[in-house]
Design a protein around this ligand. Structure first.
Ligand code: GLA
Length: 402
């Protein structure tokens, strides 16, 4: 080819192919995707309480209750419909909702939720079917993403049932690309229950990933999940969070003390806070736990550091979370069935860092210690204090700079 025609071709490629691609590409960038979940997402999900027994009325009432109860003010904003909303696919492949349960369709619901100032989430599966054998998104990824965007979906939870021989990373990357290509900001929640170690590949693909099997509304299940978070603190950060599953607070299987522990641990772990109870008729106690502002502030802290387990002395655990402004939070957990009286050295805990060999050079004299359930500063006479911990209870303290 002559030199002039090579140059012409270069100009052609630049002006006709590259420039328009830059200007007219409305797909979401990696940076936009981080912004979407700079702090762990907060909301409500239908699964823990309702399973497949969902319908339009329940979801709309839940949105009303989210606002009326003050939860939305406290930071909860996503209303997510989990499995079983699907009806089938039209001839052209477009997914539609179960007509009996959602007679007005999903767009109607999304509009209603948006009119309340909330955001709307939906559920699908990377395989051919969802876990409850409804149509999965396999082979329909781009079409489903377009449909969700058209409906006004802001959050997609994507499950891992009926995946056959699919590769996990490739399957989630495909849906991530499909969602981003719609140009609509959509939080993407990876749900492989910790199989295939999503914390090793999920950053940049999704905004959160489940780390374990499903939670059950009892102490052992909850603690089993907490124990599996111990090695994962380094993988969480702004835009990409470990997800120890939805909350069970208010569902009745645990005591108030245990639910307070669940909430404290989730906030220490920078976990997504997805309530899983019936918001329409929760007790004052449940609401008080779910809207503890000081704990929510820990969860949402801008540094985005998940707590690490500093000590586990069989039945007594100390978790530490680094916060912005060189502050720290400490959670003392009595995971045993007996009462405990523990000796706590606050000066030492303030110095504790995730690197055992390199303690932080902070001095207790520069801080006050705040009890985040009592909402009071401690009157510390010495560095050391004896603290009583009933079975399955926690104490959460924050070192606040003077
Ligand atoms: C899986 C998920 C749950 C829920 C159900 C729905 O078990 O882990 O959170 O979404 O599927 O079928």
């Amino acid at each position: 080819m002559k030199k002039t025609s090579v140059n012409k071709l270069k100009y052609y490629i630049f002006f006709v192919v590259i420039l328009p691609a830059i200007f007219f590409n409305n797909s979401l960038s990696a940076q936009d995707s981080v912004q979407l979940a700079k702090s762990p997402p907060m909301g409500w999900n239908s699964w823990n309480k309702f399973g497949c027994n969902i319908n339009e009325k329940i979801i709309m009432e839940m949105a009303d209750a989210m606002v009326r109860s003050g939860m939305s003010k406290a930071g909860y904003k996503y209303i997510v419909i989990d499995d079983c909303w699907q009806g089938g696919r039209k001839k052209d492949g477009e997914i539609y909702a179960n007509k009996k349960r959602f007679p007005h369709g999903i767009k109607y619901l999304a509009d209603y939720i948006h009119s309340k100032g909330l955001k709307f989430g939906i559920y699908s599966d990377a395989g051919t079917k969802t876990c409850q054998r409804r149509p999965g998104s396999r082979g329909y990824e781009f079409q489903d993403a377009r449909t969700y965007a058209k409906w006004g979906v802001d959050y997609v939870k994507y499950d891992w049932c009926y995946h056959g021989t699919q590769n996990a990373k490739a399957s989630y990357l495909l849906m991530s690309k499909a969602l981003k290509s719609t140009g609509r900001p959509i939080v993407f929640s990876i749900c492989t229950w910790g199989t295939n170690k999503p914390w090793l590949w999920g950053k940049g693909i999704g905004n959160l990933w489940r780390t374990t099997e499903d939670i059950q509304d009892n102490w052992n299940s909850m603690m089993n999940i907490v124990n599996q978070q111990k090695s994962l603190y380094k993988y969480a950060g702004p835009g990409h969070w470990n997800d120890p599953d939805m909350l069970e607070i208010g569902n009745g299987g645990m005591t108030t003390t245990e639910y307070k522990s669940e909430f404290s641990l989730w906030c220490m772990l920078s976990a997504p806070l997805m309530a899983g109870n019936d918001l329409r008729n929760m007790t004052a106690e449940t609401l008080k736990i779910l809207t503890n502002k000081e704990l929510i502030a820990l969860d949402q802290d801008k540094l985005g550091r998940q707590a690490f387990c500093y000590r586990d002395i069989g039945g007594y655990e100390i978790w530490i979370k680094e916060l912005t402004n060189h502050e720290k939070a400490v959670c003392l957990l009595n995971s045993s069935d007996e009462r405990k009286k523990v000796q706590v050295n606050f000066a030492l805990l303030l110095k504790a860092s995730s690197n055992y060999w390199r303690p932080d050079p902070y001095k207790l004299a520069d801080y006050r210690v705040r009890d985040l359930w009592q909402h009071k500063y401690l009157k510390l006479k010495k560095n050391i204090k004896y603290i009583k911990l009933p079975p399955h209870s926690v104490k959460v303290y924050q070192f606040v700079k003077k």
